[in-house]
Unconditional design. Sequence first.
Length: 327
Amino acid sequence: MKVLITGGAGFLGSHLSEAFLARGDEVIALDRDAQAKVRHLLGHRRFRLVVDSVMNPEILDALAAEADLIYHLAGVVGVEHYVADPYDVLSVNVNGTQNLLRAAYKHGRRVVFSSTSEVYGRNPAVPWSEDADRVLGPTTIDRWCYATSKAAAEHFCLAYRRLGLPITVLRFFNVYGPRLDRLDVGRVIAILLGQLLRGEPLTVIGDGSQTRCFTWIDDAIRATVAAGIVSAAEGQVINVGTDQETSIRALAELMIRIGGGPSTIRFVPHASVYGDSYEDVPRRVPDVRRMKRILAVEATTALADGLARTIAWFRGANADAARPAVA
Ligand code: UDP
């Protein structure tokens, strides 16, 4: 089988590429940048990297024509982008998805779309089943542009489903592991890890009581692969994650315990990190029953185990591979 993965050189995409290569499939990764995360795959005879964008309909049409299955993972992710460049977030996540769906529909290709737990916003009634309400803040708070863009993209996916396109929407919950982000940039684990490795205090935003369910990459990838293969997944929206809830303060404490060294915790106010255009999500927990039932996958890796492996990877020689080749 030939699998097209948009965003194939990103964090999830690079791991998904490895998983399909390990199955014996062919992979075409389409990505606009950040080749470092797939540098180790570039010589593989069943792997091809196409450096282009989902904003280019011609390339999508050509690649969709030759693929048997499409994963649409390309998107702009990371709170620093939501508050710095909401235009890019909205444009790529909404228009890029439309471009992809048009090409997939024309060629009749099955699609798996990567959405996010962020679409639930700050709905206080956790855990969230896939049909839970979306509770977002005002449009004047840039942070919500990501949730809005992904929800709009989901609507497009479901509209194409009505036209007969076989499609699955996955909502990922704080997936982490090797190659997550550059140290100090992006998601909380990458930021805290940079501080930990330098022995600096770990910056916990607010009082650290906000929670996330950190999902080990290999668990998320098993669910993602199944979503493209299991026929019962067609037409479904599925949470992908663990329901083990961890406060950010507990995350920081665990990282210090596992990583060792002199780091302590420093509590910092929201506004000092992200400015005024940021609101936090107090609790984020998935209902994972559908994932278990349809995809037959459970995210069982304990946070302590996944963190130990992540810290070891970033400490090791591979740390350089997390830095993008093109700045
Ligand atoms: N966070 C933190 N310190 C940091 C960066 C983030 O305490 O240096 C917190 C952030 O406020 C949020 C959580 O960690 O509550 C997760 O943030 P992330 O940026 O990974 O993404 P989110 O889960 O909010 O989409």
